[in-house]
Design a protein around this ligand. Structure first.
Ligand code: PBG
Length: 335
């Protein structure tokens, strides 16, 4: 460690020298945000030519498939590597067991196919979980107040294969059931989708920062109880490492930590310990907090958003799923 060497001290050492000008600060920078670090989430609804604002997420909309295709095209033109598609399912199609999730040509399949066809260069990532499809808003099958693990995994495997078959590139199980990564990997392989990647929501916390997302999906008012029996307790960090270790051993290609900024310690530990491609999800609540502070002129837009994202890079993220992706990509292209 050079820091405690008595020969290296003030006034010989002046830390401000390297900070004295913009070119020098750029030269010594340890981390940089690149457009290739970004994944843009997009909410899809039925119909055509429809854009519906999400009131709890100013600036973010639900779009019909044709408009999602336009958005994906824009993202691709900007250099964003991938989009994450989230279907907003009509309430009439929601059921106790979420069976719409495994119907051929459901909304997510239509969206995947259209984006793949019109924008073949962009990666498509999709959640595997039942919450967009269940009448109770849970990620799994609910029976007598219990979320059934193994029965849920059965249907998730079918959902994963259906989405891979439609053209999804990255299957992202976000349900937090036990053993699902191994079983999803087996199902994909069994159906000939050996090359479909898996990004596991490995350390996903039972967080209050998902509220605006649930609102976007129309599942917020319907959620019975909470998700604490499957999502992680915010008090724990060693448990997150255990979750990540299991998912890697079961075949995850990439690992995600979620939410983002409140869990940077987890991200840092995971990246340092496992050295696998690791992603952070800057979730809806984080987005809405920042956007509202910006709207109220409490924070400067460009700099505060950039600072929130570079924090993920510093902590070791290979990439960030963020609702700011489109906007930041535009900013970066102007530099
Ligand atoms: C569904 C899912 C959630 C998010 C991504 N996938 C919500 C939840 O688990 O309740 C949250 C994303 C966000 O808040 O931006 N399993």
């Amino acid at each position: 460690m050079i820091y405690f060497n008595s020969n290296r001290s003030f006034p010989k050492v002046r830390m401000r020298r390297n900070r004295k000008s913009n070119w020098s600060r750029r030269l010594v920078s340890e981390n940089n945000l690149n457009v290739s670090d970004l994944i843009m989430p997009l909410f899809v609804i039925e119909g055509s030519n429809i854009t519906q604002p999400i009131l709890t997420m100013p600036g973010i909309n639900r779009n019909s498939v044709d408009r999602v295709v336009d958005k994906a095209k824009f993202c691709s033109d900007m250099g964003i590597p991938a989009v994450a598609l989230f279907p907003v399912i009509d309430q009439s199609l929601k059921s106790d067991d979420g069976s719409e999730s495994v119907k051929a040509n459901n909304l997510i399949c239509k969206a995947i196919k259209s984006v793949k066809k019109s924008v073949p260069t962009i990666g498509i990532m999709c959640d595997v979980a039942l919450d967009p499809y269940t009448s109770h808003g849970h990620d799994g099958i609910l029976k007598d107040n219990e979320i059934l693990n193994d029965k849920t995994v059965d249907i998730l495997c079918r959902q994963a294969v259906l989405q891979a078959d439609a053209g999804c590139d990255i299957i992202a199980p976000s349900d937090m059931m036990d053993g699902r990564i191994g079983r999803v990997r087996n199902s994909l392989d069994g159906e000939g989708f050996q090359n479909t990647q898996i990004m596991s929501y490995a350390a996903k916390y039972s967080s209050s920062f998902y509220g605006p997302f649930r609102d976007a999906l129309g599942s917020a008012d319907r959620l019975k109880g909470d998700k604490k029996t499957y999502q992680m307790d915010p008090k724990n960090s060693q448990e997150a490492l255990h979750e990540v270790a299991l998912d890697i051993s079961e075949g995850a290609d990439m690992i995600m930590i979620k939410p983002g900024l409140p869990y940077l310690d987890i991200l840092f530990q995971v990246k340092s310990l496992f050295n696998v491609p690791t992603f952070a999800y800057q979730v809806s609540g984080e987005y809405s907090m920042l956007v509202n502070a910006i709207k109220n002129k409490l924070l400067p837009k460009k700099d505060s958003v950039y600072e929130s994202l570079i924090a993920f890079k510093r902590a070791g993220a290979n990439g960030i799923i963020t609702y700011f992706a489109e906007e930041v990509a535009e900013q970066l292209s102007k530099r």
